[in-house]
Ligand binder design. Structure first.
Ligand SMILES: Nc1nc2c(c(=O)[nH]1)N[C@H]1C(S)=C(S)[C@@H](COP(=O)(O)OP(=O)(O)OC[C@H]3O[C@@H](n4cnc5c(=O)[nH]c(N)nc54)[C@H](O)[C@@H]3O)O[C@H]1N2
Ligand SMILES: Nc1nc2c(c(=O)[nH]1)N[C@H]1C(S)=C(S)[C@@H](COP(=O)(O)OP(=O)(O)OC[C@H]3O[C@@H](n4cnc5c(=O)[nH]c(N)nc54)[C@H](O)[C@@H]3O)O[C@H]1N2
Ligand code: SF4
Ligand SMILES: [Mo]
Length: 736
């Protein structure tokens, strides 16, 4: 028996796995105790990669739809069908073909390398990703404050004395936009060393239950709470800003009106509690504020994301140990040319919504498909996404997908989304591909890198996911379906090397490109791109010019990963704002406070819905793994006992939940783990759709909470969807 080590690609925690193999069979997967970052931590999902690989429903061959049914075809036939379907659409208006890029793209090296060139080759403005049902507000806040949307500070979990968490439940999610294996252990360590953890959430989550204090909040009102905390810092003389900041006075003037007494009723939080939250932050030797899904997927997501960082900056906690800090992954160069952060370079056709980071809000994808006229979306490519379950107003998404002229999906499953595809192109399983976290090393609370080679060989004829994406790019560029993906990758690499040697700020400026390219040939794709990035990165060996510097071989020689130490301060070098300073009062955010103030008068008496996650789920796609869905029904509607009494809802009975856009029926679970006035459904369920092939998931389908979420309200600065705080009516089933 052999043991292979690799990083789990399922969530952002990036745990090390030790995989015991009997030939090509996975015997058992455990946490890798010798991984210095995860130290043996693993969750139930990570141990199922072998089952996912062996899942008979996982597609091994491409599917093409013939007479309404999906049938297996050869790769050659599948790509020929893609060309046949897309060529006429791409010959016309390039915007006629849209692309949707889902969450797993951030977790795989092939995708991190291969998606951008595909988008470029498509030449469409209709680019949609899961970012606009997730973290886009954070990108916009960071773009405005630090000058670049990917310059994202993370809480310095291992050194902080005080952590304020809003709208995140890392005991189930294992964290997001802050990569750290074993978040629960790290939170407990804060308390063990005498620090404090406070959680603001409408639910008494596991994270809240294990914290020093839980502060329930009316969903959708974090921006009010946070601006009120900012106003307290000023009114009580608690401001001691971090260095390199601009705009303190403008910020002070802008938040003055949000005194705790004014926001208390909307937030359902006592003024004195708000003051205490602010005072604690200012008094702690070091403190970090961390807001996630619950703060971002609201109408004021960008304001909330901004306020989180502003609170840290005004209490001296930006860019210092124990505060919020900027990771510096080794694949990034020492200096990056600063390009101004811009939004709205183009706008969506139907709703006139601004582009952000090269994409449009996924909430408006159905509008673009269903509204006739020039530029109408008639074809869609999905890569690792399931918008039929994950996007707001999912019922309409599902109908829109059904009405497309052509749909191509790169996905291992025939699920709620891909059942609409004319061609499904399955990637190799996670164990059949190499791994390196290009995305999450940039969000990590410690500088840590690991490279994992494939654990299992690919099936005969199975292309890598990078080859699939490159072939699609070739087809989109008019090269035909027989295009050689390897030749395209060679050309792309040559271009990258060329850019490096001609860039005066690169450590390989002026070097011979052929010599560099020859060195990279030691690796296959996508590793060649990675090796180039690592060698030209800030710790890199510069292809021999900096002996002892990092290379992919060096990283690979540490099968349990290579720890590069705690985060280091990075300001002001990192800043790319026009002023070269941290902008604490960016104009678009300050202007949006007007709208925030307007929300104070809103009617907030009715019931609202929030989503939740479970440790054994992963967004919409792990419900086909038997061991992860066994046991008590999880897709239940949580209702507070007072609401249950008032509404006549008994534990175990069925409730009907109706919103402006849809209605679902779900079993009731009466629990005080959710505050009164709020109900909660898990997200990612609603399986069993006709034409899908998920034999386990369809036996425990659950309901899709996104049949209730509304695609109309958005966070205007980021285009992010509103997925929490959805107004709903709840009543017992059978009573109409
Ligand atoms: N097990 C598991 N892990 C996952 C995932 C998964 O599906 N399952 N998904 C992964 C992905 S893609 C992501 S982005 C991360 C997300 O990671 P988290 O951000 O930790 O996501 P959730 O667990 O949904 O926690 C969001 C919390 O916000 C609360 N909330 C809702 N509305 C509000 C509000 O208005 N204000 C406040 N303060 N709180 C609110 C909810 O009650 C919930 O507890 O998790 C990742 N990890
Ligand atoms: N109501 C509500 N809605 C939400 C959220 C919420 O909290 N509440 N959370 C939002 C968040 S944070 C996110 S990130 C989105 C997620 O939204 P999506 O990205 O649309 O959904 P996923 O469930 O992550 O879909 C993953 C898809 O990728 C496929 N897949 C898995 N592995 C691979 C692979 O290696 N290659 C390829 N090509 N495909 C693969 C799966 O089969 C599945 O079809 O949902 C959002 N929607
Ligand atoms: S916490 Fe995330 S990375 Fe770690 S084993 Fe579980 S799914 Fe994998
Ligand atoms: Mo996400």
């Amino acid at each position: 028996m052999a043991t292979a080590y690799r990083i789990c690609p399922l969530c952002e925690a990036t745990c090390g796995l030790a995989i015991t193999l009997d030939g090509d069979r996975v015997k058992v997967i455990r946490g890798d105790r010798d991984n210095p970052f995860s130290r043996g931590y693993v969750c139930p999902k990570g141990t199922t990669l072998g089952r996912l690989h062996a899942d008979p429903d996982r597609l091994r061959r491409p599917l093409v739809r013939r007479d309404g049914r999906h049938v297996e075809v050869s790769w050659r036939e599948a790509f020929a069908e893609v060309e046949r379907l897309l060529a006429p659409i791409l010959a016309g208006d390039r915007d006629g073909c849209a692309i949707y890029v889902g969450n797993p793209n951030a977790h795989h090296l092939d995708n991190a390398v291969g998606v951008r060139p595909l988008i470029k080759a498509l030449g469409t403005r209709n680019v949609f990703t899961a970012s606009t049902v997730d973290q886009m507000p954070r990108h916009v806040a960071c773009g405005l404050m630090y000058g670049a949307p990917l310059t994202i500070p993370v809480p310095d979990l291992d050194r902080t004395d005080h952590l304020l968490i809003l709208g995140a439940n890392p005991y189930e999610s294992n964290g997001s936009l802050a990569t750290a294996p074993d978040w629960p252990g790290r939170l407990e360590a804060i308390r063990d060393r005498g620090g404090r953890v406070v959680v603001v959430d409408p639910r008494r989550t596991k994270t809240a239950a294990n914290a020093d204090r839980w502060v329930p909040i009316r969903p959708g009102t974090d921006a009010l709470l946070l601006t009120a905390m900012l106003s307290v810092l000023f009114s009580e003389g608690l401001v001691e800003p971090s260095p390199h900041v601009d705009g303190v006075d403008e910020l002070a003037a802008a938040v003055e009106r949000f005194i705790p007494e004014r926001v208390a009723a909307s937030c359902r939080i006592e003024p004195e509690t708000i003051r205490r939250l602010a005072r604690e932050l200012a008094a702690a030797p070091s403190a970090a504020v961390y807001g996630r899904i619950g703060t971002h997927t609201t109408p004021f997501g960008t304001v909330a994301a901004w306020a989180v960082d502003a609170l840290c900056a005004l209490t001296g906690n930006l860019d210092r140990p124990g505060g919020i800090m900027f990771p510096f992954p080794p694949h990034l160069p020492a200096h990056r040319p600063a390009r101004p952060f811009r939004r709205g370079r183009w706008r969506s056709r139907v709703r006139d919504l601004p582009e952000v980071m090269g994409e449009l809000p996924v909430a408006t994808l159905p509008d673009e498909i269903e509204t006739p006229g020039e530029g109408q979306v008639r074809a869609l490519i999905t890569v690792a996404g399931n918008p039929a379950l994950t996007a707001p107003d999912a019922g309409r998404v599902d109908r829109a997908l059904a009405g497309l002229d052509a749909m191509i999906s790169v996905d291992p499953y025939l699920n709620e989304t891909t059942r609409h595809a004319d061609v499904v192109l399955p990637p190799p399983s996670a164990l059949q591909r190499s791994h390196y976290d290009l995305v999450f090393t940039g969000l990590s609370v410690r500088d840590f890198v690991a490279y994992s080679p494939p654990v299992l060989p690919r099936d005969d004829g199975q292309p890598s996911e990078l080859e699939i994406l490159a072939t699609l790019a070739g087809i989109a560029s008019g090269m035909g379906s027989d295009v050689d993906p390897e030749a395209l990758l060679d050309a792309a690499l040559t271009a990258e090397v060329g850019r490096a040697v001609s860039d005066p700020s690169s450590p390989v400026h002026g070097r011979d490109p052929d010599e560099l390219a020859a060195t990279l040939e030691a690796w296959p794709y996508p590793e060649r791109f990675l090796d180039l990035m690592l060698r030209t990165g800030h710790r890199g060996d510069a292809f021999g010019d900096r002996p002892g510097g990092l290379t992919l071989s060096e990283v690979a020689s540490h099968p349990h990963g290579l720890d590069l130490g705690p985060l280091q301060p990075r300001l002001p070098d990192l800043l790319a704002t026009p002023s070269g300073r941290v902008e604490l009062a960016p104009e678009p955010v300050i202007a949006d406070l007007e709208r925030l103030e307007g929300s104070l008068t809103g009617d907030d008496a009715g019931m609202v819905l929030v989503s939740r996650r479970h440790l054994r789920s992963n967004n919409s796609w792990l419900h086909n793994v038997d061991v992860l869905v066994r046991g008590a029904e999880r897709c239940t509607l949580w209702v507070h006992p007072d609401d249950a009494d008032r509404l006549g809802l008994a534990d175990g009975a069925t409730a009907r939940v109706a919103s402006r856009v849809g209605e679902v029926a779900a079993p009731v679970e009466v629990t005080d783990e959710v505050m009164a006035g709020v109900v909660s459904l898990p997200y990612g369920w609603g399986h069993g759709a006709e034409g899908s092939r998920l034999s386990v998931a369809s036996t425990r389908p659950g309901v899709n909470t996104n049949l209730l979420t509304d695609a109309t309200p958005l966070d205007p600065l980021s285009g992010n969807a509103v997925l929490n705080g959805i107004p709903v009516e709840v009543r017992p089933a059978g009573r109409d």
